[in-house]
Design a binder for this molecule. Sequence first.
Ligand SMILES: Nc1ncnc2c1ncn2[C@@H]1O[C@H](COP(=O)(O)OP(=O)(O)O)[C@@H](O)[C@H]1O
Ligand SMILES: [Mg+2]
Length: 327
Amino acid sequence: MPTDAGEIVQALRDAGLTDTAEPLLEPLTGGVSCDVWKLDTPTGSIVVKRPLAQLRVAAEWNAPVERGESEVRWLRRVREVEPAIVPEVLAELSVGHAFAMTFLPDCPVWKDELVAGRVDIDFAARVGSRIATVHAATANNIVDRDNFPNDAMFRALRVDPFLLHVADNDPALAPALRDLAEDLMSRKIALVHGDVSPKNILVNGDNPVFIDAECAVYSDPAFDLAFCITHLLLKSVWLDSEKLRQAAAAMVDAYRAVIDWEVPDELLQRAGRLAGALLLARVEGKSPAPYLVEEEHKDIIRTQARALILEPVPIDDLVTQWKRTFV
Ligand SMILES: Nc1ncnc2c1ncn2[C@@H]1O[C@H](COP(=O)(O)OP(=O)(O)O)[C@@H](O)[C@H]1O
Ligand SMILES: [Mg+2]
């Protein structure tokens, strides 16, 4: 049953987070899968987030609301690893799988910085090293593995729409993509965020803060690296920005330097293979990148991604070879 704002306010009062009769819930701009509000309280501003049962995307796309609990669990676990890179969870509310966390003031969304042309290569490197730190801290950890049994959710939100949807519509690529999906689902290596996109990273001075971990799963850490690199490379085409490609290269290098749980080259190989598929998914998949509207941009990405799916290369080479324009 959908919850309304009145129930959320009551739950906030029950949790002791507000004592105001009708607190102002200010909607934060954002994604397709949740209601996110900012609320001022006597002890500071907080964010309240409630997952939606039906995502606000063109294609029908349902997702279990329990993903709110995965996000809370991820935020709490990462807080133990590196407190500065996540907001603090303040309470899980009694309705709609909603929760409250600290609001980070004056922290722009990284995507907005990139789109405005402020591409900080050192910041990109820190994104890479921090994601890798979470992976390193949770790698081969049976407790983390048991705490994130979210394969069905990961399949519904990531594997089906990004990998298998394209496979169903493209017989030439289908064997490679199905093989990739199976390989991804079979690996249980570390705690994966699942949505490391620049719109889910806040810029807190020099440091990244990661939010929106609804897709968290114990899986292949290569997925997070591939997912974030994909976003930077897509934007390098859209904005014709060499600096964004350099930022991607710095992110891969910084990530690689932290890998201590497996042979680094093997992870980079898997990430390269995944990135090829994710690049194509943002042009052909169920969740196309909204800014890729020009056919020429889509062609540049499609041509390279198709070749990469059929003949994958490690993600560091992929980033080096990536072309923003047709030459
Ligand atoms: N703890 C926070 N501090 C400051 N801003 C936040 C915080 N959490 C979310 N936001 C803002 O709300 C937006 C949407 O939040 P997000 O968790 O990404 O939800 P969605 O699933 O809707 O994308 C973010 O892009 C960011 O601008
Ligand atoms: Mg988001």
